[in-house]
Design a protein around this ligand. Sequence first.
Ligand SMILES: *Cc1c(COP(=O)(O)O)cnc(C)c1O
Length: 397
Amino acid sequence: MKENEIRQEAEQVLLHTYNRYSLVLDRGEGVYLYDVEGKKYLDFAAGIAVQALGYHYPGYDEALKAQIDKLMHISNLYYSVPMEEAARKLVKVSGMSRVFFTNSGTEAIEGALKAARRYSYNKYGEGRSEIIAMKHSFHGRSMGALSVTGNEKYQIPFRPLVGGVRFALYNDLESVKAQINEKTCAIILETIQGEGGIYPADPEFLQGIRTLCDEQDLIMILDEIQCGMGRTGHLFAWQGYGVEPDIMTSAKALGCGVPVGAFLLNERAAASSLGPGDHGTTYGGNPFVCAAAAAVLDLFERDGIVEHVGEISVYLEERLDQLAEKFPCISCRRGRGLMQGLVIQGRPVGEIVVKSLAEGLIVITAGSDVLRLVPPLIIEREHVDEMVEKLSRALET
Ligand SMILES: *Cc1c(COP(=O)(O)O)cnc(C)c1O
């Protein structure tokens, strides 16, 4: 089938919940993707911050293939070596104390919300169940995750949502304080807001939330699904702030392409939270996905991926700042590490994405006016230069 035939056929059978770009992608190699007609694209989206190791990274495929030959799935009624390994490694690198594996980011959020409410219920009984979330946040599309996603466009058609959620302004500690009452049990936020438009938390804001949570025995949930797994130059973005959450969520790059997420609890939260029978999943953390997560953590360590992000992102920021100076349609740059946004003014950001695709560069948007760059963490200077060249051409036309 030709590219346009594949598109047409797909649109006849898929539920139309995405306005997809026209690409029909076929294979990947390193930091490049190829469509079915052989056109090559430099990938600065990484499947939305998932493919941290790019495509066919040495050691990754081998680990997955070996696990396929052994065992894919057993359910959570039994133990497996990959699950034990992935959990042990994740606990070690995060400094948290307990892990629950999920199939997606959304499910990690669901679990984190339940764990927070269960903590409060165990200690204070019924009624102390309110959650404070942030405007412009994104935590997923299921009813629970959507209920803490501060975006009315996503929420309104699906009301009533899960009750007991109040919204505060990101990076505005007073607005958070104003939402706290005797029923509050948790505060949830992204360490760096992704979908909302790439807004990093101010250090004082994050520290302030930590202090509020300590003073009032609230659970601080940090959503690290997009900004975690090395993207900011720290394995988890909060490690760069020195502010520890009580519960954190991970997904996206955790499996570098296989669907695996997790929520992790520190000792305090774990000591009085979900117990036997409180939560479950059939697939979550099966041997196959855990072999992937364990391999990803090993490869990150083996090859110093996080350190590499710290180095290469200095160059990326420098080149992006030059672009922002040169092109008046870029009003500013925001971000940390390899999670960067260019704020576009005076023209639709979607148009720049489409023009970039024509130039052979894959970029995506965030919020209504931000061009988002979340490349594989293994990019080198030459890839940054190639991106700047292609993006410049897209901006010029
Ligand atoms: C992508 C994302 C989610 C949802 O993850 P899914 O795997 O799509 O369910 C939640 N929170 C943040 C910050 C995300 O970027």
